[in-house]
Structure formats: structure tokens, C-alpha cells
Design a protein. Structure first.
Length: 158
């Protein structure tokens, strides 16, 4: 999360496909609730379930909300997924070969995350674990943004 917040503050984050893909986000307290429910439920033994919060925000929504929460501007630019993948395929090895510091402008992993629909079905988690998001997206985002804003302030003070 903090790397995304830093990139937003530096205005170095670009959306892929206008941020239309679902991020499949889950707030940490909701994740812990699901893990604890799985540990307590015998029927969950050996079962595989997807986890994400009940809502399914897009990357544009998530990054816009995070940006506003930390006092940064939301990403302004977007590139098509194919172009982002091609750029990352070239820039990442070139960055490494030139022994440049920091991270390349585009990475294959980042491009993959921002362009892959992660709205995985969570019905099995609901059925087996009784999973429901106890913390809403708005509450989780407010807490996440406050946490990130405090870490960024520590970075600035250092």
C-alpha cells in the first residue's frame, strides 16, 4: 500500500485501461475475520476459497480514494494494457541492466495487477465461513489512507 501512496504523491502512477478493472480488495480486519473463521470451521479444512470484500471497487476508484485520503491528486493518465505490458517488458530489464536506482516507471507485476480483473467469486467463503465484510470499504479506505498519510509524513521528516 505504501508504495502506491508514494507513487501517488510523486504523481508517478498511471492507470491501465482507465482503471476499469476490479481490484479484488480486502481490508485487513476482514481478512483476519475470514482466517479466524476458517480455523474454527471443520468444513473449511482442505477447502479453497477466494477472499475479497463484499464490494468490488475498480482500480480507478481505489486509487482515487487513496489519493484524496493522503492529499494527493488521483492519477491523470491512462495507457492501454497492451502498451503498458510492452513498456514494462522493455523498461524493467533496461532499468536493471543500467543499474538505475529506484523502480522502473513500469513493471510487469504492476501492469499485471492493474489490468487483471480480480473480482473473484466469494460464494464459497460466504457459505463455508459465513464471511461478510465487517468493515465497509469507506471505513477501511479511511483507515488505510490515514495510516499511509502518517507513514508518508514520517518519510518526509526523515
Amino acid at each position: 500500500m505504501l508504495p502506491l501512496a508514494r507513487l501517488l504523491k510523486q504523481r508517478r502512477l498511471v492507470l491501465v485501461d482507465r482503471g476499469r478493472t476490479a481490484g479484488g480488495f480486502i481490508y485487513i480486519d476482514n481478512f483476519v475475520d475470514a482466517v479466524l473463521a476458517a480455523a474454527a470451521e471443520a468444513a473449511a479444512l482442505g477447502a479453497a476459497v477466494n477472499l475479497r470484500d463484499d464490494t468490488c471497487e475498480t482500480w480507478a476508484q481505489f486509487l482515487g480514494d487513496l489519493a484524496r485520503g493522503i492529499g494527493a491528486a488521483p492519477p491523470r493518465f491512462s495507457v492501454p494494457a497492451g502498451l503498458a505490458r510492452a513498456a514494462a517488458t522493455v523498461l524493467e530489464p533496461a532499468h536493471r541492466a543500467l543499474r538505475l536506482k529506484g523502480r522502473p516507471f513500469a513493471t510487469r507485476h504492476g501492469t499485471h495487477l492493474l489490468s487483471r480483473d480480480a473480482a473473484f467469486p466469494i460464494e464459497a467463503a460466504r457459505r463455508l465461513l459465513g464471511f461478510r465484510s465487517r468493515i465497509s470499504y469507506a471505513e477501511g479506505m479511511a483507515a488505510t489512507a490515514a495510516w499511509a498519510k502518517a507513514r508518508l509524513a514520517e518519510d518526509s521528516a526523515a
